[in-house]
Design a protein around this ligand. Structure first.
Ligand SMILES: C[S@@+](CC[C@H](N)C(=O)[O-])C[C@H]1O[C@@H](n2cnc3c(N)ncnc32)[C@H](O)[C@@H]1O
Length: 272
């Protein structure tokens, strides 16, 4: 692979284009999100999501990795601690500032829009890339996948982690209780129709903290990857680490938690 180029550091106004980074509701949530995750991530990240990303990236020490939509840098820090150099890109200035505060020498964080990576990455190249729990915040996704393909060498992997598009459709999926059979079921009211749905980035808090979640069926993700130069090579379906509440429904709730995957991991390889 050709010698890797480093992107230049950018200012709060965005990348070399000077365009402001995309507005993201996560900016208003940065303090809460940073406190929740700290250096190593919350329970979902540390027990479920990050181990899956490491398995799927299968990075060798010294590999350069792009963490697209890096948030406060929870994945990038972990990769750096394992001997990788990492560039994180995110549109929320406060999350980029938190990531920079904890950054070691192998981490670089840039403010930018994932849908216009060329503007911020300045021709730099990577062995592999990841987008963790962010694709559902982005629309459209095709420029994101195309932009990453421009910066990853043929054969390099892209690991996508998303809320499961078949089981976690915003406002269209929920658990229910079947009294007769004593089972917890998952009810799906809509799936094939793409949707943009306002959701709270911090459940239980006020509406001004809402973000838009974009639902697309699985075929949209697979077709977009193929169209932008990626071939899917692996898939994992991950369950939430949450378990049933104590009481008569506990066993059934735990079975449902183990049976219905809440997160989908797609690993794709850059086609030559
Ligand atoms: C749920 S957070 C996940 C952050 C991080 N990957 C993690 O696992 O903690 C979603 C992230 O996507 C970022 N984001 C949303 N829209 C974006 C865009 N257009 N360009 C870059 N980042 C964006 C948000 O700022 C936020 O940090």
């Amino acid at each position: 692979m050709a010698k890797h180029r480093q992107p230049r550091s950018n200012s709060a106004s965005g990348g070399k284009s000077g365009k402001p980074a995309a507005a993201t509701a996560w900016e208003g949530q940065a303090a809460w999100y940073d406190e929740r995750h700290g250096a190593g991530g919350d329970r979902l990240h540390s027990e479920v999501v990050l181990p899956a990303v490491l398995r799927q990236l299968a990075a060798a020490p010294g590999d350069r990795i792009l963490d697209c939509c890096c948030g406060q840098g929870v994945l990038a820090r972990l990769l750096a601690s394992q001997g990788n150099s990492v560039v994180g890109v995110d549109a929320a200035p406060a999350l980029i500032a938190s990531a920079k505060e904890r950054a070691g020498p192998a981490e670089q964080y840039l403010l930018g829009d994932a849908r216009d990576l060329a503007a911020v990455l300045d021709g730099s190249s990577f062995n592999h890339a990841a987008v963790v729990l962010a694709l559902q915040d982005l629309d459209p996704i095709e420029p994101v996948l195309a932009g990453i393909a421009q910066h990853v060498a043929p054969g390099g992997r892209l690991v996508l982690v998303m809320t499961h598009p078949a089981f976690r459709i915003p406002k269209q999926a929920r658990f229910g209780w079947d009294e007769q059979r004593s089972i917890q079921y998952r009810r799906i009211d809509g799936y094939l129709q793409p949707r943009s749905v306002p959701i709270s980035t911090r459940p239980g808090q006020d509406a001004e903290l809402a973000s838009t979640s974009f639902h697309r069926p699985l075929s949209h993700y697979l077709n977009a990857l193929g169209a932008e130069g990626w071939g899917v090579v692996a898939c994992e379906e991950l369950c939430s680490p949450k378990r049933g509440s104590a009481g008569r429904k506990q066993e059934a709730e735990e079975r449902a938690a183990r049976e219905f995957p809440m997160f989908l991991v797609l690993t794709a390889q850059r086609l030559g």
